[in-house]
Design a protein around this ligand. Structure first.
Ligand SMILES: Nc1nc2c(ncn2[C@@H]2O[C@H](COP(=O)(O)OP(=O)(O)OP(=O)(O)O)[C@@H](O)[C@H]2O)c(=O)[nH]1
Ligand SMILES: [Mg+2]
Length: 236
């Protein structure tokens, strides 16, 4: 593994066999231009062919991690974050809805402040429907009221941060989808500024949506988020 890694990009993959070919070719085209980036691909207990497809990749800038049984989204991401060696670390979904080149440009626009642990960078999804934006706004409103913070578009990808902040989030992180909220609350607690980088959110073209894109997904997301908020506020 290359020693001078400036940016590690963790990509958790859960049953994404249909998206991996495109994902890997975009990783390779980024690596052709930039050898100081590391990609950490996590097979998060997939039951399809994701594991074998990841195993077949041989590249010194691609680290592969295999989790046998799926425990949750947060667990998959943080297993990759733990093993990342970059000065700055990012995570981003593997469903190709956010382009990896946007992750790299979000990093390049804020390299110094990220490396010095002054800011965290998060995506801000542009071009979403009015309904999706309204739902996200309501979720943020409740979170902001309960935690006295000022967050927006909590689940937008990517999330980017320094290796110093990595140590803070490695303690007591949630193993499920609340990881993105936890991350932003921790950044607030550590007085890090939040830089929002605009990203285009593309439609999922292949594979099954498992997240907040559908109505059922949104309801599940609300239940999970409130569960997490309840634990955080009342079960300390
Ligand atoms: N659901 C789920 N996704 C995981 C897990 N681990 C990694 N992922 C990845 O996290 C991303 C979740 O994205 P999606 O399931 O598409 O959800 P979403 O982007 O919130 O919403 P839609 O795509 O619009 O439904 C995918 O790239 C998954 O492969 C996991 O344990 N559960
Ligand atoms: Mg998605």
């Amino acid at each position: 593994m290359n020693k001078m890694i400036n940016l590690s990009v963790v990509i958790p993959c859960y049953n994404e066999e249909k998206n991996l070919k495109t994902l890997i070719s975009s990783i390779k085209s980024i690596l052709k231009k930039n050898k100081s980036i590391q990609f950490v691909l996590v097979n998060n207990g997939s039951t399809d062919n994701t594991k074998n497809l990841l195993n077949s990749i041989k590249n010194k800038n691609i680290l592969k991690i295999n989790i046998k049984d799926n425990i949750g989204y947060g667990h998959g991401i943080m297993s990759g974050v733990r093993r990342s060696t970059g000065k700055v670390i990012a995570w981003c979904h593997s469903d190709l809805q956010v382009k990896l080149k946007d992750v790299v440009s979000a990093y390049l626009s804020n390299t110094e402040q990220l490396t010095n642990n002054i800011v965290i960078v998060k995506g801000k999804r542009i071009n979403r429907s009015l309904f999706d934006n309204f739902f996200t706004y309501l979720m943020s409103l409740v979170v902001n009221y309960l935690f006295h913070v000022n967050l927006s578009d909590i689940n937008a990808q990517p999330k980017i941060f320094s290796k110093v902040f990595k140590k803070d989030i490695l303690k007591n992180y949630p193993k499920d989808f609340s990881l993105d909220l936890f991350f932003l609350l921790m950044a607030n607690k550590k007085n890090l500024n939040v830089v929002e980088h605009p990203v285009i959110l593309y439609e999922r073209k292949k594979g099954k949506a498992k997240g907040g894109g559908t109505l059922l997904g949104k309801i599940k997301l609300i239940v999970r988020t409130f569960n997490f908020i309840y634990k955080l506020k009342f079960n300390k």
